[in-house]
Design a protein around this ligand. Structure first.
Ligand code: FES
Length: 104
């Protein structure tokens, strides 16, 4: 288990325990984190799991997949550090990770 923090759109934050091997979106949904809905079930087809990953965590969270990129190309408010949290698998190296939830 690792600790991850979600910064909500109202700038409050929620820290939760995350089991390795789970997707970050699943961790958020299981913990009822507001702003992460996971409507498509994790198939990179809805962007209701859009988060911003701080640059210092980019090497740990990995690169966007092609499907993820295609979805982000049609998503509002995308930034350089945008990711779909359903495409990020929690690993031991992510202990202490903090991601910001995108608006909308
Ligand atoms: Fe739908 Fe991530 S849950 S894109």
């Amino acid at each position: 288990m690792v600790k991850v923090t979600f910064v909500l759109t109202d700038q409050t934050s929620r820290s939760v325990e995350a089991e390795t091997g789970w997707k970050l979106m699943e961790v958020a949904v299981n913990n009822a984190i507001p702003g992460i809905d996971g409507d498509c079930g994790g198939s990179a087809a809805c962007a209701t799991c859009h988060v911003f990953v701080p640059p210092e965590w980019a090497s740990v969270t990995g690169e966007r997949t092609d499907m993820e990129q295609a979805m982000l190309d049609s998503t509002y408010g995308v930034q350089e550090n945008s990711r779909l949290s359903c495409q990020i698998e929690v690993s031991e190296e992510m202990d202490g990770l903090s991601v910001e939830i995108a608006e909308g």
